[in-house]
Design a protein around this ligand. Structure first.
Ligand SMILES: [Zn+2]
Length: 398
């Protein structure tokens, strides 16, 4: 009887303890799922494709079909085997994968451009480490066949000019099908992709090849823009392109003195705004920038590299947008750009991703709630409310 007398309360308290543990587990799981999964849907669903100025609010299917839905992001900096803690690597890659996959699912772009520095250590990684980085990249940025993904080369992918080799450029090209200086035409829109690391202007073999290719593309575009009678002789051997000004895509921004004039919540922090940019390192040289503007007369330039946002107007009429980093390792508020583009018009919209601070605050608040619940559970005479009240009173008394 004595045994029975003791067993009944034990099984009762075990059951109560089990239910409590289950509740805590459900609470923890809900917070985790919210912060690591659902938050991306809640934030990205608020983004939308921008309307073109000339596009009527109720555009017909035909007119909306002629608009290219392009997504632009930059500086993903997938960590390699040398830098960064494994937890940092795991977390950043998970965040970028969730953000990218959610954006694909909700926004359904037709084409995605990544503007360089896809990897952090492509500039020095061994072939084994490179293969591992590429495998993880392909998993994170997987996409259906209906979505085209085009990558532009950055200095962390192949090294700054002094570290850049044919071998590194070749292995990047093999994975991304990026032959240096390439023109892609989609829905009558010409995109020129530039290997900005090769614009050193020192006559190195890669630089010479890049410049020659750019001059050739410029000639092809100019011939396409001119009237047939004007260009019959000079352009007789040229494959014509849609006769519209191109959009330039590159990793380094064109020359600007600093980010001092950049505005917006994701522009460079105050202490970095007045840093004077080094040509061929932070930005393309003045000379190469002038050449690109003169060769292509682009209607828009999109670049990365600085990790912060900026809008610059070149020659008073050509806009350049610096796209901030897509990685939470570099920013508290990463973002990407959505572009509605036609051969003659474009409209851009910035889509911010969940703020790191928000996620950390939710985790801290959930941790505090868990602590209070656990402490209150082991002091059954005190309810959570009274427990918090007692804590506050105690704190005030001190
Ligand atoms: Zn860079």
């Amino acid at each position: 009887m004595a045994l029975l007398h003791f067993r009944i309360p034990n099984s009762f308290s075990e059951k109560r303890g089990g239910t409590f543990a289950l509740k805590l587990l459900c609470f923890t799981l809900s917070v985790f799922l919210f912060c690591e999964f659902f938050i991306y849907y809640i934030v990205i669903i608020q983004c939308h494709w921008p309307q073109l100025k000339a596009q009527a609010p109720r555009a017909t299917e035909k007119t909306s079909n002629s608009v290219l839905k392009a997504m632009f992001l930059s500086d993903t900096h997938l960590l390699g085997e040398l830098s960064g803690h494994w937890l940092d690597k795991l977390r950043r890659e998970w965040q970028m994968e969730r953000a990218f996959q959610t954006a694909l699912w909700l926004l359904q772009p037709e084409i995605v451009f990544i503007l360089g520095d896809i990897f952090d250590e492509g500039k020095w990684s061994s072939s084994q480490a490179w293969s591992d980085d590429v495998r993880r990249y392909q998993k994170m940025f997987r996409h259906p066949a209906s979505v085209e993904l085009i990558a532009i080369v950055g200095n962390h992918d192949i090294g700054f000019h002094y570290e850049m080799t044919e071998y590194k450029l070749q292995r990047f090209s093999e994975v991304f099908n990026f032959t240096s200086e390439k023109l892609v035409t989609r829905k009558g829109i010409n995109f020129v992709m530039v290997n900005s690391v090769a614009l050193e202007g020192d006559g190195c073999i890669i630089c010479r090849t890049a410049e020659a290719k750019l001059a050739e593309l410029s000639h092809q575009l100019n011939c396409s823009l001119q009237e047939q009678s004007q260009s019959r002789k000079r352009c007789s051997d040229v494959n014509k392109l849609p006769p519209t000004a191109p959009i330039l895509l590159q990793h380094y921004p064109l020359y600007r003195r600093s980010d001092a004039k950049c505005t917006g919540e994701d522009s460079a922090p105050l202490d970095k705004k007045n840093y004077i940019f080094k040509e061929k390192y932070d930005v393309v040289s003045k000379e190469a920038s002038q050449k690109l503007l003169w060769w292509f007369h682009p209607r828009l330039i999109l670049s990365g590299h600085t990790h912060s946002a900026c809008e610059v107007l070149h020659n008073g009429k050509i806009p350049e947008i610096s796209i901030p980093s897509f990685s939470w390792r570099n920013r508290n508020n990463p973002s990407f750009i959505l572009g509605s583009i036609t051969p003659t018009d474009f409209s851009l919209y910035k889509c911010f991703l969940p703020f790191e601070n928000t996620v950390l605050t939710i985790y801290c608040a959930a941790g505090a709630v868990l602590l209070v619940l656990v402490l209150a559970h082991f002091h059954p005479l005190v309810t959570p409310f009274h427990f918090v009240q007692r804590l506050i009173t105690k704190y005030k008394a001190v």
